[in-house]
Design a protein around this ligand. Structure first.
Ligand SMILES: [Zn+2]
Length: 359
């Protein structure tokens, strides 16, 4: 009996106390994995699709906040140690994580692992840039960034990531992403020596958009309309939303309760204006003119690059691209990588007159 207790104590020491003492930080990273919510589930499934779209929406908010206060002394010390404070939105816990390790988790949440290594590297540079931008323009009181893609940037725990990959490929996938992040270690995109607001989205449909057309306000010199070949080869390129006339009306009534449309009059639903990139800027629905952006939101379209067709009581919206269209297109990045472009060339294709700098 005495011996049993002795073994028990040794067992507890070896298996519970010693690992906690010696791997405290790593442990806390991995125990947080159980916190992943359905939002992250969504991120993963839609990955470079809807995820980026949500991201863009909040980057718009953040743009509005970009002049908010920042503590430069604190920034310097954070940057020197390359640690960031990550807020886990579902537990409200703030965890200090190594920047490079954090980026591995972000890239694995944001981009499909089967994308080309140079596309994954471009995504790593973009995610790192976005993170550094956030540390300078914080949205949260006690953290640099949170793991909610609808607020800051997607992040997934290693455990959850592994669960969603095929078991025999999980380690190789993780290693692939880790290598791509490590190959770009410390690299960020700068304009006038400052990290840029690195918007990105799933699929541009061949042409990117400028931010003023999506969120209003001023444009940024490094975000221009850019064309990319090969976007049509991805599933995110085209989609359709078919709505019965009364379904369309009820969706529009969520915002415009007095809306009325004469469906027999072909001029009563009409695209009035396009943006420079060819997306819908203004569309007439009966007695209201809506922006392409609010139409996209109200009708659940994947982008503002759409046309429509009316037939037998149904209106079908045919949509090109996925996401707001600003900054780097993820599938465009993969397409350029397939053409032989490297990560820096990909970054400089989507962001104009920028430099790749080290933190
Ligand atoms: Zn956040």
């Amino acid at each position: 009996m005495k011996r049993f207790f002795l073994y028990l104590i040794i067992f507890i020491l070896i298996f519970f106390i010693m690992p906690v003492l010696f791997t405290k930080r790593k442990d806390s990273v991995e125990t947080n994995t159980s916190n992943d919510s359905s939002i992250e589930e969504q991120n993963l499934q839609t990955n470079s699709q809807e995820n980026t779209n949500q991201d863009g929406n909040n980057q718009a908010n953040e743009q509005n906040n970009s002049n908010n206060g920042q503590n430069s002394n604190e920034q310097v010390s954070k940057e020197n140690s390359h640690k960031i404070k990550l807020l886990h939105h579902d537990t409200n816990e703030v965890e200090e994580v190594d920047l490079e390790e954090y980026i591995v988790h972000v890239v694995s949440a944001e981009m499909p692992v089967d994308f080309e290594p140079e596309a994954l590297k471009a995504q790593a540079i973009v995610a790192r840039t976005y993170t550094m931008y956030k540390t300078k323009n914080p949205k949260h009181d006690n953290a640099d960034i949170c793991d909610d893609s609808a607020c800051c940037q997607a992040w997934i725990s290693k455990e959850k990531r592994f669960e969603r990959w095929e078991e025999d490929k999980a380690q190789a996938n993780w290693d692939k992403i880790s290598k791509c992040v490590n190959d770009t270690k410390g690299k960020i995109i700068t304009y006038n020596n400052e990290p840029i607001n690195a918007f990105f989205h799933a699929n541009s449909g061949g042409t990117t958009e400028i931010p003023g057309e999506v969120w209003g306000g001023s444009n940024l010199p490094y975000l221009q309309v850019v064309t990319t070949a090969g976007e049509e080869g991805y599933t995110q390129y085209s989609s359709e939303v078919a709505l019965k006339y009364d379904e369309l009306l009820s969706k529009l009534k969520e915002k415009y309760s007095d809306i009325s449309i004469d469906f027999n009059n072909n001029d009563d639903i009409k695209i009035l204006e396009y943006t420079e990139s060819g997306r819908v800027k203004t569309i007439k629905f009966g007695n209201h003119n809506l922006s392409g952006v609010e139409t996209r939101t109200l009708l659940g379209l994947k982008s503002t690059n759409f046309e429509f067709e009316k037939k037998d009581g149904t209106i079908t919206f045919k949509v090109i691209g996925y996401g707001h269209g600003v900054g780097m297109s993820q599938t465009g990045a993969d397409s350029l990588a397939k053409e032989g472009k490297n990560a820096e060339e990909i970054v400089k294709h989507f962001y104009k007159d920028v430099e790749i700098s080290s933190i």
